[in-house]
Design a binder for this molecule. Structure first.
Ligand SMILES: CC(C)(COP(=O)(O)OP(=O)(O)OC[C@H]1O[C@@H](n2cnc3c(N)ncnc32)[C@H](O)[C@@H]1OP(=O)(O)O)[C@@H](O)C(=O)NCCC(=O)NCCS
Length: 329
């Protein structure tokens, strides 16, 4: 169909201002949960000039009817769709589809032959901070896919993207939080087996590194080993089985926004099935509460058994996100 619309990469100040105004109007009216950008500098740092070196593309419709942005993974094999928005009065006229198509073509041109697929997923290195609805501004630092309750979900589906996984975001209010009785009883059973949940002490405990290797997660290994090596670092909670650290959670600290930080929770494969994960996590929640944290947020895969641990503490699902992809060839 003939139309006089055209699309171009963001280049001028006016483009940035228009794109930011559209993004913020979607955030302000609740169409997206993402936190608004307060300054053009912050907007530019996120979408255009990234300190982490991620290669991004941002485009606008020439009459500022829409804005889209995406990026490539390090290898150039995946193109991520980060954001697409169209002015309300210009919707359902094909602008979104054309923006997305232009974005895909630009990502393809930047990546070259290596590009395999397009994705809207938690692997995207451009992480939006978003606000948990119905809370007093409780924030989570990344949105792991496409909000299935937003208009972008059906839009992407109708533009050829297919779901490959679902992530659930969980939230727990820590004010007045108490460990559930069931989990408290489990702690007693663990103690009878000689398993204690306690704070890590490098003078007393061995085996932390071995457990982290067993868990086979590079990010945890780096973060937890760095914290463990510090004399005055934030505390770590561990599963202490005869002096050996057979599980970890933490480091425990409260972020500026009142969120109780969480790197992860992991139990050595030799120690699973004892309920140690649930108790360890319950102790993390009480520990963060005692440090003054107001809330916790996290996400996990729809089919990940770890969800039982979170649900046992009273965490509620506040959003479901779809991870979507489309072949690029
Ligand atoms: C999602 C959005 C970008 C779509 O823009 P648009 O210009 O209306 O999209 P198009 O007209 O090109 O729609 C393409 C197809 O997507 C589907 N689609 C678009 N919006 C839809 C909706 N709200 N519900 C169901 N299907 C929808 C339709 O199949 C449509 O084709 P059709 O009109 O021929 O049936 C727009 O609704 C928007 O800006 N939403 C707010 C911001 C947002 O949530 N962005 C997603 C987060 S990244």
């Amino acid at each position: 169909m003939e139309n006089n619309r055209s699309y171009r990469k963001i280049s001028e100040k006016a483009d940035i201002q228009a794109a930011m105004a559209l993004f913020n109007s979607c955030a302000d009216n609740g169409e997206v949960l993402y936190k608004r950008f307060d300054t053009e500098t912050a907007f530019e740092r996120f979408f255009l000039h990234r300190e982490d070196g991620v290669r991004t593309i941002s485009i606008v419709e020439s009459q500022y009817g829409g804005f889209a942005s995406g990026c490539l993974n390090e290898q150039g094999t995946k193109g991520y769709v980060t954001f697409v928005a169209v002015q309300p009065e210009r919707r359902r006229q094909g602008v979104g589809r054309e923006l997305l198509h232009t974005l895909e073509e630009q990502l393809r041109a930047m990546a070259g032959e290596k590009l395999e697929s397009f994705e809207a997923s938690f692997f995207n290195p451009m992480n939006f901070v978003w606000i948990v609805p119905g809370t007093d501004g409780h924030e989570h630092p990344n949105a792991p896919g496409v909000d299935v309750a937003g208009s972008g979900y059906l839009f992407l589906k109708n533009c050829g993207y297919r779901d490959f996984a679902y992530q659930n975001s969980y939230h727990l209010n820590l004010q007045g939080y108490q460990m559930t009785e069931d989990v408290a009883r489990k702690e007693e059973t663990l103690q009878e087996k000689g398993i204690q949940i306690t704070y890590y002490d490098s003078e007393k405990h061995t085996g932390l590194e071995e457990t982290l290797v067993n868990l086979n997660n590079d990010m945890w290994y780096k973060e937890i080993m760095a914290v463990a090596a510090k004399k005055d670092g934030p505390p770590l909670l561990i599963v202490d089985w005869n002096g050996k650290a057979m599980g970890f959670t933490g480091p425990l600290y409260v972020q500026e926004n009142g969120r109780g930080y969480l790197a992860g929770v992991g139990i050595h494969s030799d120690c699973r099935g004892n309920g140690a994960g649930k108790v360890l996590f319950g102790r993390l929640c009480t520990g963060l509460r005692d440090l003054g944290a107001k809330y916790m947020t996290l996400f996990t895969g729809e089919t990940n058994p770890a969800r039982n641990i979170y649900e046992a503490q009273g965490f509620k699902i506040v959003r479901t996100w779809a991870d979507m992809h489309k072949q690029a060839k």
